[in-house]
Each structure stands twice: as C-alpha cells, then as structure tokens.
Design a protein around this ligand. Structure first.
Ligand code: OAD
Length: 238
C-alpha cells in the first residue's frame, strides 16, 4: 500500500495535507480523544469555550500555560519534517487543526491553521489587538490588553466560528486537490471534518492514523501506524 500511495504522491499536481493532534503525538504532545487524550482528563466546557473564559480566565490560562510548557519542551518529529520537506519540494498545501506551532518549527513555510495558534494572543474584549507571544509561562500582568480587557489565546474554542479566510483557503485547497493525506485526526470536529469529503469527489483520499476513524471507510487508502513512521516510509518510497 505504501508504494501505491507513493505513486499517487509522485504523480500529484496538487498535494494537500490535513493534520490533527496525532501528528504531534510522537513529539510527546497529548491528543484530545482516545486513550491519554486531554478530553479524558479535562472537560472541554470548563476550558475551551468562550463562556469558560468569561467565567474563569485565570483557570483557562493556567491550562494553556501548562500546554505551552509541554509544547515548548517538545520538538517537531519526523512526520512534521517530512511534511515540511513536501511543502518545499512538492508545493504541498498544509491545513492543520493543531495550535501547537510544531509544523512552523519544522520549517515548511506557510500553512493554514484552522483552529488558530496557542503562541498568539488576542484581545477578548474585541478591541482588535493581536500579537505573537512566545513565553511558555506568561506572567499574570502580561495577560491584560492595552484596552484593559483580558488577552486570550488566539485559538478557536467550541461554539466559535473559524476564521472565514482560513476556512475559505482550506476549502479551496480541498476542492483543488488531486491527492489529500489526512494525518492523525479523529475527523469528528466540523467544519474541518467536512474537508476530506469535499476533496473525495475528485481526489485520492489517504488516511494515516494508528486507529480506525470516522473517515476510514471513505478513504481510498489507509495507512495504519504512527504518522512519523508512516510519512518517513512514504518519503523513502518516493
Ligand atoms: P483527536 O484527539 O480527536 O484525534 C487524534 C487522532 O490521532 C486519533 O484519531 C488518533 O487515533 C490519532 N493518533 C494518535 N496518535 C497517533 C500517531 N502517533 N500517529 C497517527 N495518528 C495518531 O485530535 P483532532 O482530530 O486533531 O479543537 O481533534 C480535532 C479538534 O478537537 C482539535 O483541533 C481540538 C479538539 O477539541 C479545538 O480545540 C477547537
């Protein structure tokens, strides 16, 4: 199957990758669902909704600081590096649900971060302030905006719409793709989960995941295994 998928990638004019938390698992960053997943330990409604932030901004920030510290200590793995290499050498488009910034650290260039980035902050009050913030442990005083409101992580929480420009760009990429690799996502969170189905009408759809997912039955090929290993094997087979 690896050789077959490698031949699709070799022939692809418009290769698109859609990644989820599983791509960062080999870097030691926890996924959300399944064994060891964050949503087994924490309730999303306590930590990842605008209502939770309104009620307890300090608690939400504590969780994000904890995640930032783990991610800061992590390194991009071979999966991130193979994807970065394909961005550079095969003009692959990268769409990611991840907010960890590990794709960027692997050096592939621009990607569409559909759920935002935890290394950016923006004003929760809506004054429009937005900035990069690379401090793993942000001091409390740094969490206030110039306008007096709270700064919040610049990520998409449950119940919030995605950035329309990001979603448009991702939709266009999916519609224009001839090969789509969906890597390390449970494919259950919409609207992102709809993108592979859009692409499937005209593109080869390949799933790379350690487990079966909501998307598996729709895929033209499934490569089971840790994404870093599978992507490295694909790169060798090209
Ligand atoms: P999930 O935690 O839902 O799914 C992770 C997927 O990665 C699962 O299908 C695992 O089987 C797979 N996986 C785990 N380790 C892997 C490995 N080493 N190699 C390959 N696959 C592996 O994460 P996402 O699908 O990214 O949203 O979750 C989507 C969204 O739900 C996230 O962006 C986040 C979350 O709530 C928001 O915060 C808005």
């Amino acid at each position: 199957m690896i050789d077959c998928v490698a031949s699709w990638i070799r022939a692809a004019q418009r290769l698109v990758l859609l990644t989820g938390a599983g791509i960062s698992a080999e870097s030691g960053v926890p996924v959300f669902r399944g064994p060891g997943g964050l949503w087994r330990q924490f309730r999303p409604e306590d930590l990842a909704t605008p209502g939770a932030f309104d009620e307890r901004p300090e608690l939400v920030w504590e969780w994000y600081v904890w995640r930032r510290e783990r991610i800061a200590a992590a390194q991009p793995n071979q999966g991130h590096h193979v994807i970065a290499h394909w961005q550079q050498t095969r003009a692959a488009a990268l769409l990611t649900q991840n907010v960890d910034g590990l794709h960027e650290r692997a050096g592939g260039g621009p990607s569409i971060e559909l759920h935002g980035n935890l290394w950016r902050v923006r004003c929760a009050q809506g004054c429009g302030f937005r900035a990069h913030d690379n401090h793993a442990s942000a001091p409390r005083t740094a969490l206030r905006c110039r306008c007096g409101g709270w700064l919040r992580p610049d990520v998409v929480w449950f119940g919030e719409p995605l950035d329309p420009q990001a979603l448009d760009g991702a939709t266009r990429a999916a519609e224009g793709a001839d090969v789509v690799l969906v890597v390390g996502t449970s494919a259950v969170v919409y609207p992102v989960a709809a993108l592979p189905h859009l692409a499937r009408r005209h593109a080869r759809l390949v799933e790379i995941n350690i487990d079966e997912t909501a998307l598996s039955a729709a895929a033209d090929a499934t490569l089971r295994g840790p994404s870093g290993e599978v992507l490295a094997a694909l790169e060798r087979a090209l």
